[in-house]
Design a protein around this ligand. Sequence first.
Ligand code: CP
Length: 361
Amino acid sequence: MEHKNLIDLEYMTTDELQQTIRLAKVIKSRPDVYKHACDGKIMATLFYEPSTRTQMSFQAAMLRLGGKTIGFDNPMNSSVAKGENIKDTITIISSYSDIIAMRHPSEGSAKAASLFSSVPLINCGDGGHFHPTQTLTDVCTLSFEKGRLDNLKIGLCGDLLNGRTVHSLIKTMSHFKNNSFVLISTKELSVPQYIKDIMDNAGCSYEEKDNLKDAISELDVLYMTRIQRERFSSDEEYQKQKGVFVLDKEKLSLAKEDLIILHPLPRVDEIAIEVDDDPRACYFKQAEYGMYGRMALIVLLLRPEGAFTFNTPDPIIKKNSKCSNEKCITNDPQQFYLPKNTYLKNGKEYCDYCDGLIKSL
Ligand code: CP
């Protein structure tokens, strides 16, 4: 039977996304009904990069559904340390488990892994590319807390360049009516062009600002993000960006009463601790809601065929192509065996793994 993978939330239609949110709501209110939904099933959690929430909420989700978990959270304790490539690891682990949740530092690694998995594979973050279950967490939170996914003015603040959760959230929310975005960042950490193209193509309005205080009063949602130290080429570059945007009580005093503050977490210093007690601070609830969203996703992915359509464009294979993104999995010499899959969109050719532009050789 063909199985479905979740590489990007774009793989779901908006109806399927709403179905998942509805199920998450039901599971949250009646967890007892679902406590045997995954009896006899095994989830493998393969975390090549550190994680608290994503890894443990998937493990908690599977355990709460009656299933079991295996996996690693430090690849250096697995045969990855001996040089095993993604193909071999995934081929083996998918014969041990019924579903895989994977985080890996290379962009496009989730798509690459899915080519070799015989069971559904969930992308838990592929470098700075996508983090779809964080977006599922975010939209569950918007739905639970705001009661709608449309007509929202959403401010995104911080590291909008490297923040994969930012990219996934903009992509998803641009499908719903009358959403607009305020992008608050330094020039160096502004959203990549392809995300701007997505907003333009969806007809969503957006503006870029470099001051949180000036932007906060008009927002329905403020999505704060951490400056992603691990994505910088030098500590000097990171230090220039650190601490530029901090949400504190003073700035929050300018915001609407029904603003909600989200953050994918972990937080470093971009939200002052004093904000935690404000009723508008939803980031801890958000992390809990993520577990219900992941429970719903597991139930739907393990359902017999027909649960999701997960339409994706058919890739074309170009033998002599090179992705322009240095962080792409196809540029990792250890993953040399990957077919050079690309796709065409609006007259441009993109990498099927990381969505980077293709250079013809
Ligand atoms: N939000 C998120 O992905 O958190 P972790 O890195 O702790 O999984």
